[in-house]
Design a protein around this ligand. Structure first.
Ligand SMILES: NC(=O)C1=CN([C@@H]2O[C@H](COP(=O)(O)OP(=O)(O)OC[C@H]3O[C@@H](n4cnc5c(N)ncnc54)[C@H](OP(=O)(O)O)[C@@H]3O)[C@@H](O)[C@H]2O)C=CC1
Ligand SMILES: O=C([O-])CC(=O)C(=O)O
Length: 254
């Protein structure tokens, strides 16, 4: 399978490192970023090609990894799907826009393409998806990051946001995609709290889901990407595991 990356930042760097080590399970060949130098840097590591625009990439790949920004999802992913090319969406916050999500789903169905939204920086989506078969009464997410990860300075624990996931992803588009992943897995818009906490050095996500199945609680303490402290290494790993699993004949978990 030939794969291209849209957005050559922190997540793309980790994915490319795995490609260099032959641990991706697919051929990572094409790189596109609005900063061409970033695309060139990654392409050079795997003898890949820099795409001058997204269209030139689409003629040559079976799957595109979107690892850019929510805006790239609305601007570019429709084009990807129209070409019948599968897509992995990392900026999953964009999918809280129901109209956009339906448009993308329709395009995928019409063009025999697939949309993958990996669990990203959060854990427990397997159980939460299973739980959503029944009734979910409440779902909450508390995200706690070092102030620098959230682009603020704070001397003490500071609540930056409390509200619903859809609003959270609009206000913190590069920091709370996990709220969208959780909401889509639940089939319910989750309640979100975002805390800047100078006493932590990890990106932490605490999830509680209560339903007729019982209760799930998960706490994730993620190491941050050296290239972008907003983003957790786990987000890249989830995309890599998804790529690995595309060829699996045995699938574990929901
Ligand atoms: N699902 C999840 O759990 C997680 C999702 N994410 C999301 O994944 C995405 C990638 O994250 P990360 O690698 O850390 O981001 P980075 O900011 O490190 O890298 C993104 C790169 O994409 C470029 N870019 C942005 N928009 C476009 C565009 N429209 N066309 C071409 N290039 C573009 C950026 O350029 P420039 O710097 O000029 O903007 C940058 O070079 C982000 O949206 C992030 O919020 C991150 C963590 C967890
Ligand atoms: O990487 C993380 O821990 C979470 C994140 O940035 C996001 O959900 O956008």
């Amino acid at each position: 399978m030939k794969v291209g990356i849209l957005g050559c930042g922190a997540i793309a760097n980790i994915i490319t490192n795995f490609a260099v080590e032959g641990k991706l399970g697919v051929d990572l060949n094409f790189f596109y970023d609005r900063d061409m130098e970033r695309a060139e840097n990654l392409a050079s590591q795997v003898d890949g090609t820099v795409a001058l625009d997204i269209n030139s990439m689409l003629e040559n790949v079976d799957l595109v990894i979107e690892a850019a920004a929510p805006q790239a999802v609305s601007e570019t992913v429709p084009l990807v799907l129209e070409h019948g090319v599968d897509v992995i969406i990392m900026s999953i916050g964009a999918l809280m826009d129901t109209e956009l999500r339906k448009t993308l789903e329709n395009l995928a169905a019409k063009n025999n393409a697939k949309i993958y939204a990996p669990s990203g920086a959060i854990v427990g989506l397997d159980g939460i998806k299973a739980a959503s078969i029944g009734k979910i009464q409440s779902a909450t997410l508390v995200t706690r990051k070092p102030p620098r990860s959230l682009g603020v300075s704070a001397e003490e624990e500071t609540i930056l946001y409390e509200g619903k996931a859809g609003d959270a992803v609009r206000k913190f588009p590069m920091n709370i995609n996990v709220a969208a992943a959780l909401s889509l897995a639940c089939g319910k818009e989750v309640d979100v709290k975002i805390i800047a906490d100078p006493s932590v050095d990890r990106n932490m996500h605490e999830v509680q889901v209560i339903g007729d199945f019982g209760e799930i609680k998960t706490i994730t303490q993620n190491v941050r990407c050296s290239m972008n402290p907003k983003t957790s290494v786990m987000a890249a790993y989830s995309a890599i595991k998804l790529l690995n699993s595309l060829n699996e004949t045995f699938r574990i978990g929901t």
